[in-house]
Design a protein around this ligand. Structure first.
Ligand SMILES: [Zn+2]
Length: 122
């Protein structure tokens, strides 16, 4: 499978094998650049905005938006794309923690009841 990538130096659109993602490639223009899976989106946005500033090179999407004057909806799209998905992980961990607590409570209740029965039978 190939991914569409735009050379940041000459703007040429290239179709590159997916496995080159994260690697340095040489463009026919002679310059090298690293392939990012998000390049297609980034180049699309950069085309839209007519800017050459890489959002990945900025500290945050907000900073990138400030530097380029990107409209809020574009910034939101970039933020969504760049976010390393900590929220879903956090939600998942919360769910696991909740399940563990619930199981512990049930076990504690069962142990409590068994102890009560043992004490009552004496
Ligand atoms: Zn090039």
């Amino acid at each position: 499978m190939t991914i569409p990538v735009t050379c940041p130096h000459c703007g040429r659109g290239l179709q590159l094998p997916e496995e080159l993602t994260g690697k340095q490639v040489s463009c026919p223009c002679g310059k090298a650049f690293s392939v990012s899976a998000d390049d297609s989106l980034m180049s699309l946005l950069q085309d839209e905005l007519d800017v050459n500033l890489d959002p990945l090179a900025c500290a945050s999407p907000a900073e990138w938006a400030k530097a380029t004057g990107a409209p809020p909806e574009v910034t939101a799209r970039i933020e969504e794309k760049l976010r390393p998905k900590p929220t879903s992980n956090a939600n998942f961990m919360m769910g696991v923690a909740g399940a563990i607590v619930a199981v512990m409570l049930v076990i504690g209740l069962v142990v409590y009841l068994i102890f009560n029965m043992i004490i009552a039978n004496r």
